[in-house]
Design a protein around this ligand. Structure first.
Ligand SMILES: [Fe+2]
Ligand SMILES: [Fe+2]
Length: 343
């Protein structure tokens, strides 16, 4: 950054004497690099130590200044570097073209040393400020994102405090969901979202009365109807947001009890009408519930749980996903070993 070390200026001009003049003006204050043609300039601009400002001649044989500017601005690596055109007075009619290509300023030849220094100083300062702000925005965005993810995890855990499940259930089933999403080729970003959304699947259980949620025996039909409401409560608690993470969390909460054959709830939708997020989470959730110990049952063996997934493929579960989940078992076992229930 220019504030601590000397900033670097790249001068591009096909006339060595022009480079000499500008170098003479700038060299006491800045590090100066030079290129005699557009091709060399683009190579220097893309090298590791990028210039902080570019002084660019317009008229050059080969690639002219406008083309150089266009190429720099179309590459994410160099697009942000401020470009100042240095041009003879007679060429000034094309000012508009230069600005439209993304240049920040013009200096006319023959150059005035104090004017060159003042313009360069201004644009370097603006560039420093822009970079500083960009970093701040990135930092704040990352903080916001972390906070959002953390709140979602905490809410997921809040539901478990009332339930029979332990904190480890949502951790494990979130990993299983992620593995299955990765296995079927979903993008890294989407797998991440699903991993962070899955812990909220049963958040709606907060709204279920204890007499139903914590009843030791089987639920009667009236109690079962109350229990089923947890999916709608979950969707309502999460609400409607612009955040893709919360949108996915809502989708998962709402649809994770739908079944492939249309016999699930709350909407009795079937097959591909059930969002893929919910079809994935349904498998991850049931598999973990089966293979975990609960106050009312022993943990099933992996073999027995997989046999059930296979048996219910095409009725409860998406039949194309069950074999993909089975391919994830080595990773699933690692997670089970790492996040064991503690009673
Ligand atoms: Fe549920
Ligand atoms: Fe669950």
């Amino acid at each position: 950054m220019a504030s601590k070390n000397k900033a670097t200026i790249l001068i591009i001009d096909d006339a060595p004497e022009n480079i000499d003049i500008l170098t003479g003006i700038l060299k006491s204050y800045y590090k100066v690099k030079a290129a005699l043609n557009g091709k060399a300039a683009i190579a220097i601009a893309n090298a590791e130590n990028k210039p902080d400002l570019i002084l660019l001649d317009v008229l050059m044989p080969g690639i002219d200044g406008y083309e150089v500017c266009k190429q720099l601005k179309s590459n994410v690596e160099t697009a942000h570097i401020p470009v100042v055109f240095v041009t003879a007075k007679s060429e000034i009619k094309d000012e508009e073209k230069g600005f439209s290509l993304g240049a920040v300023d013009y200096i006319t030849k023959p150059v005035s040393p104090p004017l060159v220094l003042a313009r360069v100083k201004t644009h370097i300062a603006l560039y420093d400020q822009a970079r500083h702000l960009e970093k701040l925005v990135q930092k704040r965005t990352a903080e916001l994102n972390d906070t959002r993810v953390e709140i979602i995890r905490r809410l997921g855990r809040a539901a478990e405090f009332k339930d029979n499940e332990t904190g480890m259930h949502v951790i494990r089933m979130s990993w299983f969901s992620r593995f299955l999403a990765e296995q079927i080729g979903k993008s890294e970003q989407w797998c991440d979202l699903l991993y962070n959304a899955a812990p909220m699947h049963d958040i709606g259980k907060i709204g279920i009365p204890d007499r139903v949620l914590l009843k030791p025996g089987k639920l009667d039909s009236e109690e079962w109807e109350i229990m089923k409401k947890h999916v709608e409560y979950g969707a309502e608690i999460i609400g409607d947001h612009h955040s893709p993470l919360l949108q996915l969390a809502k989708e998962v909460a709402n649809f994770h009890h739908e079944k492939w054959d249309g016999n699930g709830y709350p909407n009795k939708i079937s097959g591909l009408d059930i969002p893929i997020s919910a079809r994935i989470v349904a498998i991850a959730d049931v598999f973990d519930a089966l293979t975990s110990e609960r106050p009312y049952k022993k943990a099933w063996t992996e073999e027995r749980a997989i046999a059930l997934l296979k048996e219910d493929a095409g009725t409860h579960f998406d039949p194309s996903l069950v074999p993909e989940f089975i391919k994830c078992l080595p990773k699933v076992r690692e997670v089970q070993a790492q996040y064991r229930d503690e009673f």
